[in-house]
Design a protein around this ligand. Structure first.
Ligand SMILES: CC(C)(COP(=O)(O)OP(=O)(O)OC[C@H]1O[C@@H](n2cnc3c(N)ncnc32)[C@H](O)[C@@H]1OP(=O)(O)O)[C@@H](O)C(=O)NCCC(=O)NCCS
Length: 183
């Protein structure tokens, strides 16, 4: 059972654990993101350099959660260059001891609260936690949620499950942005 949670002024509070703050990553956070990704044991871990670069160049489309100054969760994302208004969420990770209390959700809420029209992510069909996370985000924000094949297994040069595209939106109040090929 998840602890009761409330979010006020960017701070996630729970009776059982210290408060968490959620916001943009800063330049020194790259190493902590890499460590969290490694510790999940399930994410495709990128080079440490990639995370250092990410928090430098894509902080506006990424989020971290901190407890007592320590980074305990992150979302990396970027604004799709060919689809302005679409936030692509690349990786989400929460330290094991902080899971199940709305940390991932608080980071995604923070990101969409910065203003976006659509959210996209890819998920493997077996990643139930991730599917539930994005299903809950769409449900609670009252936006449409679609899923279709994107990267099929044969596109990967190594052994990799197919990645399905989840698309959420449009977000109310955001100017609807047309994507290339959209009618
Ligand atoms: C997936 C992950 C980020 C979830 O973080 P979290 O902080 O525990 O998630 P939250 O507490 O914010 O939960 C948000 C929603 O997802 C659901 N959820 C979270 N973890 C779940 C799990 N293991 N199984 C089923 N549902 C789960 C919650 O029930 C909640 O939905 P609800 O509002 O309908 O109850 C975390 O488990 C993790 O880091 N996993 C390893 C890395 C990974 O798989 N990342 C996702 C792919 S990029």
């Amino acid at each position: 059972m998840f602890a009761e949670r409330t979010k006020q002024h960017g701070v996630l509070q729970s009776g059982a654990v210290p408060p968490l703050s959620v916001g943009r990553p800063t330049a020194g956070d790259g190493g902590a993101l890499w460590r969290l990704a490694v510790d999940t044991g399930v994410l495709d871990v990128n080079s440490s350099y990639a995370y250092l670069l990410w928090v430098r160049d894509f902080a506006a489309a990424s989020a971290v959660a901190r407890a007592g100054g320590e980074v305990v969760g992150f979302v990396t994302g970027y604004a799709r260059p060919d689809a302005p208004g679409t936030l692509f969420v690349w990786q989400v990770a929460v330290a094991e001891r902080h899971r199940g209390r709305g940390v991932a959700r608080a980071m995604l809420d923070d990101l969409v609260g910065r203003g976006t029209t659509f959210v996209e992510t890819t998920v493997t069909a077996t990643n139930e936690a991730s599917i539930r996370l994005f299903t809950a985000l769409a449900r609670d924000h009252g936006v449409r949620h679609t899923c279709e094949p994107l990267f099929t297994e044969d596109l990967f040069p190594d052994s990799h499950e197919a990645e399905e595209l989840h698309r959420l939106g449009p977000w109310p109040g955001s100017p609807r942005t047309r994507t290339p090929g959209e009618t």
